[in-house]
Design a protein around this ligand. Structure first.
Ligand SMILES: [Zn+2]
Length: 120
């Protein structure tokens, strides 16, 4: 008798460094660590230039990203995951600022504002 092999779409995958639980959710502490130490949110290695950010079209339009800074290659890798959102876009910048939410900020999560976007 051959047992049916169960393959679930929810099978755990190894998430990148700054993510927890799913590919849609980042670990706030690690995101902050990436920003302050200038390390990549996927591979944890030091960031150079350009720095890449992955976000939804809304985040791109607002120029504020919740995902941590990444190497361009790591951003591509992130978007290639099966669980990645197909709407995600990658932008590159030579610098960014960490925006911490204020007390009355409707968005309580820390985020990143690229300050010198590069042409794709
Ligand atoms: Zn990286």
């Amino acid at each position: 008798m051959v047992a049916e092999r169960l393959v679930s779409a929810a099978e755990p995958v190894t998430l990148p460094f700054a993510w927890e639980g799913s590919l849609r959710k980042v670990a706030r502490k690690r995101v902050i660590q990436c920003a302050l130490s200038r390390i990549c949110g996927v591979c944890r290695a030091s960031l150079g230039r350009p720095v890449a950010f992955v976000g939804t079209p809304q985040e791109v339009a607002r120029n504020e990203f919740h995902f941590p800074p990444l190497h361009a290659a790591c951003a591509d890798q992130l978007c290639a995951f099966d669980a990645a959102d197909p709407s995600w876009q990658v932008v590159t910048t030579s610098g960014f600022e960490l925006v911490r939410a204020g007390r009355d900020d409707p968005d309580p999560e820390p985020r990143f504002a690229p300050n010198s976007l590069l042409e794709p």
